[in-house]
Design a protein around this ligand. Structure first.
Ligand SMILES: [Zn+2]
Length: 204
């Protein structure tokens, strides 16, 4: 049963996804960056890892059908659908109180690192650290000489709110992950993507 959760400005939300479930991340106003984390609920030290995902993908930006992996190199989120321009940064750290202090804030300023803690606290969980986030919709072009230009959010498309559909933790809930005889991990992932797409079409 699909439910809509609105993330208030400058806040965060955490939810539990089970294997085979998916989440649709809608960028309502088109230009908001969404810092995204995923943890193995049974062992919070295993989490979505940008550095392991880049190594797994041999790219710095995942495409539809790609799976992001954990620090244990297991797929945890797959991009099933993407109606945005498809730019989701994997390089930039989450904002935190220290960043805002450097910017001159002398009082508390909401930030993604604290939002992660608060969001998980609502589920009774405490993240053991702040992993590097997956910055959905964030555009950080990498220049040929290795420089980065920080452009924040993607350009807003002219029609509709861009969205990304992320497939649920694919192996995390499994007691033991074994592809069917003869099937590769890629076969399993694309079958799950197909099933999610089918569910999506019937629930729209
Ligand atoms: Zn932030």
């Amino acid at each position: 049963m699909a439910s809509l959760i609105t993330i208030p400005a400058r806040q965060g939300k955490a939810i539990t996804l089970r294997r085979g479930q998916h989440i649709k991340v809608i960028n309502t106003h088109g230009q908001q960056v969404i810092d995204t984390w995923a943890f193995n609920r049974a062992d919070l030290t295993e989490c979505l890892s940008m550095e392991h995902s880049r190594a797994s993908l041999s790219r710095i930006i995942a495409r539809v059908g790609d799976s992001m992996v954990t620090n244990h190199r297991r797929p945890i989120l797959t991009i099933v659908e993407d109606t945005s321009p498809g730019i989701h940064d994997t390089l930039i750290a989450a904002c935190d109180r220290y960043r805002y202090e450097l910017l001159g804030c002398t009082t508390h300023h909401d930030n993604c690192t604290d939002n992660l803690v608060a969001g998980m606290a609502a589920l009774g969980l405490t993240p053991p650290k702040t992993p590097s986030p997956w910055n959905l919709f964030m555009n950080i072009p990498v220049q040929a000489v290795g420089g980065l230009s920080i452009r924040q959010a993607i350009e807003c498309p002219s029609r509709g709110a861009p969205l990304v559909v992320l497939g649920a933790p694919l192996v995390i809930d499994a007691d033991e992950f074994k592809p069917a005889a003869g099937a590769t991990l890629r076969d399993v992932l694309s079958e799950i993507c197909r099933q999610i797409r089918r569910t999506n079409q019937t629930t729209r």
